[in-house]
Design a protein around this ligand. Sequence first.
Ligand code: HEC
Ligand code: HEC
Length: 262
Amino acid sequence: MKNVPISALVIIFLVFPADPLLAQSPLDELSDGDLADGERLFRVHCARCHGIDGAGGEGSNLARPRLRFAPDDEALIDVIGDGIPGTGMPAIWTLDDEQTARVAGYVRTLGRLEAEEMPGDPGRGASLYQATGCPACHIIAGHGTGIGPELTEVGDRRGLAYLRSSLVEPAAAQSQTMGYQDYLTVRVSTKDDSVEGLRVNEDAFSIQVRDVAGTVHSFRKKDLLKFEKIFAHSLMPEYGGALPERDMNDLVSYLMSLRSEK
Ligand code: HEC
Ligand code: HEC
């Protein structure tokens, strides 16, 4: 019985420093001046992909309390220093350790801001999404099909302004996001066939094109009578004039609500 208090002490000693809630974060020491410098560095190094207010563009929306790849501050620092392999998030080599900590501290302040307010009713937007034919080109949580990007967690990646412009003027929104070199529209014709769609693949001798219905067509280049690459063009219809303002607001709200964290 005598040694019970001792083992209890040992347990406290082992558990205490490992508890992430009690552990010190390297960002705790930052002053207001450091955070202001972090904001300046963010504009220089991050804003072109994550948006000036961090609400997302080509890069994800960072104005969220929880980040998938950066569950804690150490991980956030690693994401900035090492990038996220296999994604569009590059390692930012040009920042030293202190600057990295300042930017990371600033990113955390974004997560504490109020989430952007939805301009409409996401529930009504969900029905409009179905009724407007969006599932013909996009997948959400396994439902839908087609040539557009998956939208399951689009609210994590994209903020209000970007989502609205991607519905009103898809081609303009697309040209902001370099990732969409993946979405190059091509028009090809042979003497008996003519197809418009996304380029899936191209080499010196052949090209494969996925049409809007999802069918992949393969052509030998020497058979082509016409071959056009149409830059800054989207196969997605422009919904700006087609939808009343209220519907547009509801649709955008629905897209904003598609998040990994509710
Ligand atoms: C060239 C574009 C680009 C630049 C510059 C860039 N990022 Fe990113 N970043 C991305 C992309 C794209 C992703 C999304 C990766 C994914 O989810 O597939 C991302 C993801 C992230 C994530 C993870 C978000 C999550 O949901 O877990 C963090 C954090 C992040 N970036 C911070 C930064 C910071 C801070 C800077 C500046 C120091 C920066 N990024 C600069 C493109 C960029
Ligand atoms: C004919 C196919 C098609 C239809 C219909 C369509 N889209 Fe798209 N959408 C695309 C393609 C292709 C892209 C990829 C970027 C581009 O080419 O503009 C895209 C991009 C998007 C993006 C940007 C996603 C991102 O990560 O940046 C959003 C949001 C979007 N679509 C929402 C919708 C909604 C909402 C509807 C219905 C009102 C819809 N789309 C209907 C083909 C379509």
